[in-house]
Design a protein around this ligand. Structure first.
Ligand SMILES: Cc1ncc(COP(=O)(O)O)c(C=O)c1O
Length: 367
């Protein structure tokens, strides 16, 4: 049996409704900041339970633009975690700031109890990452941010639909940033990103900044960038967005099936902390595994496209060398990088495929 990590072939087996939307758009020629984009932004904001959404070029740009528009400047420090995809940190660098890392906790998100020790007079913002689709400890992080007068930009690129006690991601930060990359839970046919915010004023500034700072065709308020969400991608998003509930529910169902089965392998596999109040949306289903690399090879040999997200923490990447971190600085993240493994859990898998994956994990440990 082959258990695929990607689901694009299954997801887009019926292309017709997407192609119809694209044909409609092509006929209007409304390609730049067009009507389908406005519709998508309204629907995305509603889906997130927040009043404003602005489409931008990528999830990376969503973070960088948020920081820029909020006034983060060169020389400022921005706290985040090395347990993330490189883009979180790349976006902080793109905004001109210096990334400062704080170790991760058992649930693979930033450890709030270690944040205050990393704050200096130069700290301007915290970028918690809702890594894997789990929500960082936002009430505590927001409290720390208030105490030290810091901005919060939530990296929710992996966490559409996630919440704590029913409060959606984006409820705590100045903004929350989403990616529409083809392998994200809500995806389009290329790159795309969205910024959501509770502030009308901030939403207006973001809309200006993503479009060169143009107030109208002839006047520029402040220099910006060209990072508009492509209207064609918004048209794809308008077709898919209604499926977000199904996508999230299926991923949660698969994760519960894995959790229940893997609890029986507790001496070999450990499940990251699950907080009952958190709606984790399982962009990635990650567990810690003994002899991880051997398990990975075993699964791949047997047709299961397991992966590792990611074997090298960001602070140990060559790109981060100038920041001066060394091995041993973030023990939790570093230990996890050696033992985490991602099992396929996407919405188009069948129970049989999940059960086959479970059987393969069990077989590897001789169960
Ligand atoms: C945690 C995280 N942050 C940021 C990004 C950047 O998103 P994009 O690829 O749309 O730039 C991604 C996804 O790629 C991500 O997983």
């Amino acid at each position: 049996m082959r258990v695929s990590f990607s689901y694009l072939d299954r997801q887009f087996a019926d292309l017709e409704p997407y192609l119809k939307r694209i044909a409609d758009l092509v006929r209007t020629g409304d390609f730049t900041l067009g009507k389908p984009l406005v519709e998508f932004e309204e629907r995305f904001a509603r889906l997130c339970g927040l009043p404003h959404a602005a489409g931008v070029g990528t999830g990376t740009d969503a973070i960088a633009i948020s920081l820029k528009v909020l006034g983060v400047e060169p020389g400022d420090e921005v706290i985040t975690t090395p347990m993330t995809f490189i883009a979180t940190v790349g976006a902080i660098v793109q905004a001109g700031a210096r990334p400062v890392f704080v170790d991760s906790e058992d649930g693979l998100t930033i450890d709030p109890e270690k944040i205050e020790a990393a704050i200096t007079p130069r700290t301007r913002a915290i970028v918690p990452v809702h890594y894997t689709g789990n929500v960082a400890e936002m009430p505590r992080i927001a409290q720390i941010a208030r105490k030290h007068d810091l901005l919060v930009v939530e990296d929710a690129c992996q966490a559409i639909g996630a919440s704590i006690d029913g409060k959606p991601v984006g409820s705590w930060g100045e903004t929350a940033c989403f990616s529409l990359h083809p392998l994200k839970n809500l995806n389009v046919w290329g790159d795309g990103g969205v910024i959501v915010t509770r502030s009308r004023d901030l939403a207006e500034k973001i809309r200006l900044h993503r479009n060169h700072g143009l107030v109208n065709r002839d006047e520029v308020a402040a220099f910006g960038v060209n990072s508009r969400l492509d209207t064609l991608q918004a048209a794809v998003g308008n077709e898919l967005i209604a499926q977000t509930g199904f996508i999230t529910a299926k991923r949660i169902e698969h994760a519960r099936r894995y959790d229940a089965a893997l609890e029986g392998l507790a001496e070999h596999v450990s499940i990251p902390r699950r907080r009952p109040a958190v709606k984790h949306v399982y962009h990635l289903y990650v567990v810690r595994a003994e002899r991880r690399d051997e398990l990975l090879a075993h699964l791949q040999r047997n047709g299961v496209e397991a992966k590792v997200h990611y074997p090298i923490p960001v602070h140990l990447q060559p790109a981060a060398r100038h920041l001066g971190y060394v091995e041993g600085d973030f023990p939790a993240c570093e230990a996890d990088a050696k033992r985490i493994i991602t099992l396929p859990a996407h919405q188009h898998l069948t129970d049989q495929e999940i059960d086959y994956t479970i059987r393969q994990v069990r077989a590897f440990y001789g169960k």
